[in-house]
Design a binder for this molecule. Structure first.
Ligand code: GSF
Length: 205
């Protein structure tokens, strides 16, 4: 198997953490998704990372499909519960955390356009999604030890990747730490795990 990713991508980080937790060996190729001839286009017609090439040359995308595949490849450390309501609750957490990142990415891309091409109404719309998403994450977590159920799941992984990316990129100057102490507490706990430490987003030296 080969993972196509970028060291800064929160979605690729989700997959890298799942690989580490499940102790699955996988080669990684770092790609520049913005390059016109990026090899990821051969693996994902949408031109996004992560994409996963399987040994029979099948390509999988996006991160949600890849993590479900990986969780079933090995019985070690199951991250997605079997029971329908539990599984759906975990997947909804993932949709929420990924959706907050999607809004943040749109804000970031907008900020990279020429000043006179930027739309403040568009940024405000995405900031609303980001703010409501974070408020929902904090309310759902409450004072529980885990996002869902009695242990660590994909819900925690997706949440941690989202919060880590917001810290790293700060889209729209978002300030989640001062507003949501329970998310701060949960993120600190997740950061104790080697899988999170080994995948912290860093700009190349
Ligand atoms: C999102 C992947 C994505 O936005 C998933 O895999 O879960 N729903 C998809 N990837 C970004 C990199 S990142 O910011 O994580 C990407 O590849 N963008 C390139 C582009 O052309 O949009």
């Amino acid at each position: 198997m080969k993972l196509y990713g970028s060291p800064l991508s929160p979605f690729a980080r989700k997959v890298r953490i799942v690989l580490a937790e499940k102790k699955i060996e996988c080669e990684t190729e770092w790609v520049d998704v913005m390059a016109p001839d990026t090899p990821v286009n051969q693996r994902n017609p949408l031109g996004k990372v992560p994409a996963l090439a399987l040994d029979d040359n099948t390509s999988l995308y996006d991160s949600r499909v890849i993590v479900e595949f990986l969780d079933n490849v090995s019985p070690i450390s199951r991250l997605i519960p079997d029971e329908n309501r539990d599984r759906i609750a975990v997947r909804r957490w993932e949709a929420l955390a990924d959706g907050v990142v999607d809004a943040g990415i749109l804000i970031r891309y907008e900020s990279l356009r020429e000043k006179n091409e930027q739309s403040s109404a568009w940024v405000a719309r995405q900031m609303g999604k980001l703010a409501r998403g974070l408020a929902a994450m904090s309310a759902e977590l409450g004072d529980k030890p885990w996002c869902h159920g009695h242990g660590y799941t994909l819900a925690d992984i997706a949440t941690g990747c989202c919060l880590g990316w917001l810290d790293f990129r700060k889209p729209g100057g978002v300030e989640w730490r001062s507003k949501y102490p329970n998310l701060v507490r949960h993120f600190a706990k997740l950061m104790e795990r080697p899988s999170f430490q080994e995948t912290v987003p860093k700009l190349p030296a």
